[in-house]
Design a binder for this molecule. Sequence first.
Ligand SMILES: Nc1ncnc2c1ncn2[C@@H]1O[C@H](COP(=O)(O)OP(=O)(O)O)[C@@H](O)[C@H]1O
Ligand SMILES: [Mg+2]
Length: 334
Amino acid sequence: MPIIEVDSLVKEFHRPKRFEGPLGGVRTLLTRDYETTRAVDGVSFAIDEGELIGYLGANGAGKSTTIKMLSGILVPTSGTVRVDGIVPWEQREQNALRIGVVFGQRTQLWWDLPLGDSLKLIGKLYRLDSVRYTRNFNRLVALLGLDEFLDRPVRQLSLGQRMRGDLAAAMLYEPRILYLDEPTVGLDVVAKERTRQFVEEINRDAGTTIMLTTHDLADVERLCKRIIFISKGTVLFDGSVTELKRRYAPYRQLEVTLDPGDGVGDAIVDLDIDGAEVIARDEGRLAIRFDPAVVAVPDLISAVIARHPVTDISIVEPDLEGVVRQIVERGGMP
Ligand SMILES: Nc1ncnc2c1ncn2[C@@H]1O[C@H](COP(=O)(O)OP(=O)(O)O)[C@@H](O)[C@H]1O
Ligand SMILES: [Mg+2]
């Protein structure tokens, strides 16, 4: 039995239609016309306990709206959601015990309270006994390095410190499921890495099921075996990162260092080989993008060598960033 089951989930938002021009504001106020946005348009998936899922998509794809329905903050227009056997927006209290939620854009903590007091309050709200509270508190303080700023009001924390505080707050009562909505947004490299490490550890050690939305494909490449890719509110791909690369981004890149001996400047302007294309060249280096299904690697290499002496040659696998760029360049997945 999956721990999260989502079937044909839809969320529409209605807004009064806006009018431009003279008296546009008045017309906007008086009109009964509404504009409908289908933020989530028939999404289905199932997630097993202990999985760490990357929920990806461009800005406005419907990621946050999905997370809000899964966590019980929003009620869907239609469709069903079951999380650990319950309907999140109907059984709010039971739901709250099972899940932790972190939104990168805003904190769940009390702005004016010292971080330590915020955590204490959450312990009370979730009725943790003192043994369990102390054990979890100490573990999270150590894991996230909260010591140095526990007594500072949340408002005075840096974004990275605040994020660590939010992660501690979400995990204090040991939820079985953790939703992270853009947890690394705006963080510097060190803070990003720290967040990733924490996510990895609680997934591995506590077995927490994690759903992570992010723009940062490095997060996904580093953390997630499986991704769900959405666009305009529908699922385009659900599977492993490897499978995504294989199916949707067949291209590989051949990187060639030319022998500087003679006439490098004019070397290999056009390869004239089906399935291969020079995509970058500078200072005696060439990058050739090719489709291994169209041109065999040995043929490509001998064609290059026949045109110009080379000193080095290597094949680069696309990273996730490159895959997504290829998909976007082609205007979506086939
Ligand atoms: N409260 C709201 N009212 C109206 N439209 C909304 C609301 N929340 C989100 N939307 C719209 O729904 C779409 C999906 O938004 P969102 O789920 O936030 O996307 P993502 O998190 O993938 O960037 C966007 O077009 C957004 O403008
Ligand atoms: Mg969002």
